[in-house]
Write a protein that binds this ligand. Structure first.
Ligand SMILES: *Cc1c(COP(=O)(O)O)cnc(C)c1O
Length: 407
């Protein structure tokens, strides 16, 4: 008789996006002809940079020749991509990260989700609230939590992001083993300062924890004082793994390319209290379960680091940040307390109303779709997220409608 992994039975169905879709469908049916503007989008909207498309095309043509054909590549990624990432993302910022410490993959979602596999089932896990759901759910699946009650799993340490702490949680008083952090944050759009991140690194080193740092939105940072990588902090090589992606900076959400950084020398303990290299463990896992990102996609990703690519990515992220500035300015002028929007493509907005009530009001009065904060966790209640991933026209129209409704 086959039995299921019963941990899956603990998972809470995520009704967030299906609930949103249902309410939008009901509104559209009741209001035919009224154009709904979606301001809740977590996907990029602008096309792939030209230099990436060209590199993609060229690599496909190369694949059509006997000499240029590429079969299985190295599971960890081609040297040409790992070297340019090491140079441009890390050496250029003074981070001591080498090409062989970079594992190329087909997405950060998978990497953030899979990384927990190399840690003990007994690990105590700290996770922000509100949060990108992948960190929580993958640990539930792996059996590191108890049951869910009132939206929270037994056994997890929730790092609350609230108005009081400016949506940047401090290290907890208790000891944990694994810590998920995401800066710039999805959904709050906030960034930890150098001092705040250093406190996390110091805490992790102190209790022997590993920080799992999701930096998928680092290319939206505009404040020169804010670290782009956890490896800009002293001691991070001894306690942190970092996740990066080409999804949000270069629009690769549908093209798929990302990478994970695990410093050589980063260790955790085995059952005999002996130090084991996490780099080697992940290498073992990656080469066993993953067979590499396609050659044309890696070529397209490497093109991000050409002079032309850098300019195109800058223009793309600037475009979204101009959207974010428009959203932030409007909401502030209307008297809403806002976070994010200056170093991240999300604006996190406080409301007195329960977040689903606010969602309905915005939809019914202004035909605008936001993301209710409660969908990201208990601490998301009384908040909503507006996304800068949109056309300028949509953002302008949406802000005009919101001004009318809330003036
Ligand atoms: C979009 C996003 C990613 C990137 O995921 P990919 O699988 O690389 O597309 C990672 N983390 C967060 C928090 C995100 O919002």
């Amino acid at each position: 008789m086959a039995y299921i992994n019963d941990n899956y039975s603990k998972l809470q169905a995520s009704y967030l996006f299906s609930d949103i879709a249902k309410r939008v469908a009901a509104f559209t049916e009741a209001n035919p002809g009224k154009e709904v503007i979606k301001m809740g989008i977590g996907d990029v909207t602008e096309p792939l940079p030209a230099v990436c498309r060209q590199a993609f095309h060229d690599a496909i043509d190369e694949m059509g020749t006997r000499d240029g054909f590429h079969g299985y590549g190295p599971e960890q990624g081609y040297a040409f991509l790992r070297e340019t990432i090491a140079q441009n993302e890390f050496s250029a910022r003074g981070c001591d990260i080498q090409a062989n410490e970079i594992f190329v993959s087909d997405g950060s979602k998978c990497d953030c989700g899979n990384i927990q596999e190399i840690f003990s089932e007994q690990s105590k896990v700290a996770i922000p609230d509100p949060v990108y759901p992948v960190y929580v759910d993958t640990n539930v699946m792996a059996g590191r939590t108890g049951q869910n009650s009132d939206g929270r799993y037994d056994g997890l340490v929730y790092l609350e992001s609230t108005t009081e702490n400016g949506y940047i949680p401090s290290p907890p008083s208790e000891k944990v083993d694994m810590i998920y952090l995401c800066f710039p944050n999805n959904p709050t759009g906030t960034c930890a300062t150098r001092e705040q991140l250093q406190a996390w690194v110091d805490y992790a080193k102190d209790c022997g924890a590993i920080i799992l740092f999701d930096a998928a939105y680092e290319s939206f940072i505009r404040d020169p004082e804010i670290p782009h990588s956890i490896y800009e902090l002293d001691g991070a090589r001894e306690c942190a793994i970092e996740f990066r992606s080409f999804s949000k900076n270069a629009g690769f959400t549908g093209t798929r390319c990302a990478y994970t950084v695990i410093p050589e020398g980063l260790t955790a303990l085995d059952g005999n209290n002996e130090s084991v290299s996490l780099h080697q463990l992940w290498n073992r896992r990656h080469t066993t379960k993953f067979n590499g990102v396609s050659y044309p996609v890696q070529k397209a990703a490497a093109a991000v680091y050409t002079e032309e690519g850098k300019a195109e990515v800058k223009a793309l992220t600037n475009f979204y940040m101009e959207n974010a500035a428009l959203i932030l300015k409007t909401m502030k002028e209307l008297g809403f307390a806002c976070a994010g929007g200056t170093n991240a493509p999300y604006v996190w907005i406080k409301t007195d109303a329960p977040s689903w009530e606010f969602f309905d009001r915005l939809l019914n009065e202004s035909a605008i779709v936001c993301t209710p904060g409660a969908g990201f966790g208990t601490c998301g209640e009384n908040h909503f997220r507006l996304s800068a991933f949109n056309s300028r026209q949509n953002v302008e129209l949406a802000m005009e409608r919101i001004r009318k409704a809330f003036a």
